[in-house]
Design a protein around this ligand. Structure first.
Ligand SMILES: O=C(O)CCC(=O)C(=O)O
Ligand SMILES: [Fe+2]
Length: 311
C-alpha cells in the first residue's frame, strides 16, 4: 500500500485532537508534512512505502531546534490535562472474573525472593539485553493479545503493546512511589482484590527507590481500582504508589487472594538495547526511541481510523 500525502493529511485532525487531549507526550518537536512526524523508522513500520512527494516534503521541512522546540513543548504542557485517567468499569464484571481465573493459570514467578509478589513478562520487556527480563516469555498468549487490542482502542490509550507486564500481589505487597519511563503510555487493568492506587503529586526522591514507601508519596488523586478497571497514565508525568492493604481503608478482598495488574507497554529497540534509563542513552538514541514510539502510535491510529471508515 502506498500512502499518499492526502492520506496522511486526512489523519491530521484526529492526530491534532489526540495531541490536544494529551494522548501524545512529545519531548521532541513535530516535523514533517503538516506537523506529522515522518521518521526513517516509519519506512519499516508503515504498511507500505512512503510516497515520493512525502519524502520530498519531509526533506524540505526544516527541523525545529532549540528555543522553538522548548516553546512548543511548553504550550503543549500548558494546555494539557492531567496525564492520567481512570476508566471504571472497563471490563464487565463477568469478564473480570473469567480473566482473573485465566491469569491464575499463568506461569507466575516470585520477584526477588518476595513471596508477596509474583510477575510474568510477556513479549519484549525493557530490561536491557538480548533476553530481557529473567524468565521473559516472548510469545504473548492470544487471550492477552485480544485484551491488549481492547485496551489500545480505549480513547485514553490509542497505542498498541509489545510488552505485557503482569503483577500478582498479596495484601502485604506495596507499590513503592516511582515514575515509569518518559513518554510511555501505561494502561493498567486490575483484577481480583480492590486496592487504592495513588497517582500524581510528588514524593521525596532523595530517598532511594528501594527505601521509598508509599507513605513518601503525597498523591494528587487516589482511585479505588475495582476488578476490571483501567488506569492509564504517562510514565514520567505521573508519580504512583500503592500502600499495603492493611493501611488502605478501602481495601476490598472481593473474595480473592490476590490483586492482579496487567500493564500494556511498548518497548522500543533502544529501550531493549540500553534499558529504560535515558541518561544512559546518546542523543541519537533518544531520537531513535522517540521516532519509533511515535511511528508505532501513528501507524496504529492510521490503521484504526481506516477501520472506522470501513465498518
Ligand atoms: O501493579 C500496578 O498497578 C502498578 C505496578 C507498577 O507501577 C509498575 O510495574 O511500574
Ligand atoms: Fe510503575
Amino acid at each position: 500500500m502506498l500512502l499518499s500525502e492526502m492520506d496522511l493529511r486526512s489523519l491530521l485532525p484526529k492526530l491534532k485532537c489526540l495531541r490536544n487531549e494529551n494522548r501524545f507526550v512529545r519531548t521532541t518537536p513535530y516535523r514533517g508534512v503538516g506537523g506529522l512526524v515522518l521518521s526513517e523508522f516509519e519506512r519499516e513500520v508503515l504498511p507500505g512505502s512512503v510516497s515520493q512527494e512525502i519524502r520530498e516534503a519531509r526533506e524540505a521541512v526544516p527541523r525545529e531546534v532549540g528555543s522553538a522546540a522548548r516553546k512548543r513543548r511548553k504550550e503543549i504542557d500548558m494546555t494539557s490535562k492531567k496525564p492520567w485517567s481512570h476508566d471504571s468499569p472497563f471490563l464487565l464484571g463477568s469478564a473480570a472474573v473469567q480473566l482473573y481465573r485465566r491469569m491464575m493459570l499463568a506461569p507466575w514467578r516470585t520477584c526477588d525472593g518476595d513471596e508477596n509478589e509474583q510477575a510474568i513478562h510477556y513479549g519484549l520487556s525493557y530490561t536491557q539485553g538480548p533476553d530481557g527480563q529473567d524468565g521473559e516469555i516472548p510469545v504473548i498468549p492470544d487471550f492477552l493479545k485480544a485484551l491488549a487490542e481492547r485496551v489500545a482502542e480505549n480513547k485514553h490509550v490509542q497505542m498498541p503493546a509489545n510488552y505485557i507486564q503482569c503483577h500478582r500481589m498479596g495484601p502485604d505487597a506495596q507499590v513503592q512511589a516511582h515514575h515509569d519511563p518518559t513518554g510511555m503510555i501505561v494502561p493498567t487493568v486490575t483484577l481480583g482484590q480492590e486496592r487504592t492506587f495513588r497517582v500524581g503529586g510528588t514524593y521525596d526522591d532523595s530517598i532511594r527507590k528501594t527505601d521509598r514507601t508509599a507513605e513518601c508519596h503525597i498523591p494528587e488523586e487516589e482511585y479505588l481500582m475495582k476488578a476490571g478497571d483501567l488506569l492509564t497514565f504517562i510514565g514520567n508525568r505521573t508519580a504512583h504508589s500503592m500502600d499495603f492493604a492493611s493501611k488502605d481503608p478501602n481495601f476490598n478482598a472481593n473474595g480473592y487472594d490476590y490483586r492482579i495488574s496487567i500493564l500494556f507497554r511498548w518497548t522500543t529497540r533502544v529501550m531493549r538495547e540500553m534499558g529504560p534509563v535515558r541518561k544512559n542513552w546518546s542523543r541519537w538514541q533518544v531520537e531513535q526511541h522517540e521516532d519509533e514510539y511515535r511511528a508505532v502510535q501513528e501507524k496504529w491510529i492510521r490503521e484504526h481510523q481506516a477501520q472506522g471508515v470501513l465498518f
